[in-house]
Write a protein of this length. Sequence first.
Length: 367
Amino acid sequence: MQRKKAVPQFGVPGAVPGGGPNRGTAGELFAAYRAMEPKRRKKVKIFLGIVALFALSFALTPFVWVIERVEGTPDGEVRRYLSYLAEGDAAGALAMVDPGIPNEQRLFLTNEVLTAASSRIVVESVSKPTYSTGGINTKEVTATLRLNGDRFTHTFSVERRSKEEGDSSVWKIRDGLFVKVPVSGVRVPSFSVGSVSARVGSPDAAPVEYLFFPGVYTFQPEGLGPYVNAPATQVVVENGAHASTYETTSVSLDGQLTSALRNDVLSAVQKKVEDCATLGKNMHPSCPSELRTSAVTAIELLNVPQVLTSATEDGIYEAEDAVFRYQDGSSHDLTVRVEATVAMSADGVPEVDIDGKPNVTVTMRKR
């Protein structure tokens, strides 16, 4: 049987029966492309470039996914770190980034403190990483956060490092979200947040700085004794930038001496005056020298102080005058100035005796 010769169809060289739509050889397609007008040729070139990019992107996607699964991503590490803080897991956050400071400054970086916060951060968004001035192995990731309704941003620096055993990523956050809070106080020796307590800086010295994770905390004054009142203070910790007035810049816990102290000081003054008007007790060094003699045979108390007329922040009180009448062969009236000093600790807290009353020293001098 004689084989039929293939005849080109539709006037297109190289097309054969059963070959489907008209298709030319590569050379003929190239020739057709060269014959196009320049504008149309440009459009074809752009179209082909887009197709090539999509094809390349599709081809590389599995490789990128594998790399990210093995090495992690900068923004993924930031998301993981922030999720720990949002959930109150201070230990998880510290496992990722350690502040590298002495233990006495990191007392409040604990789960107990972070979970005691009345509000913790809410993560709104985490940006894709961008290159920083630190070089090709350093990326910057910006997170938008919200704390108790106030929105703020924080930029993390993330470095590419050698992956060690136990690491989930080659990317490491350089500096964690630790905020220094300076704490000072007057008549407040210490304070607590949750179940953790620490010392307070004295007013005549530099404040003591402690690190906190972002959150809204209640600072409760401690060690006040029965004669000092100091209110708890709400402290807002965001990122330490203090970009808004909402964030607390420093904490001063101020205690005030109570009216109970004033009442107990007046009672101590009255008792001492009455003792000095009693024979056998009038020889005490705190009594007026005129009464401290064996020649005195009788003492009458004409006026007992009923009020304290002045007081200082150092715990020094002045009472109204006391008036004695004593006999030493003749009668004498003696008016004395009465002053009381309360013993204070180094923190300015009144010291108390075994009965829980203030340690008061009363002195009397002739007017």
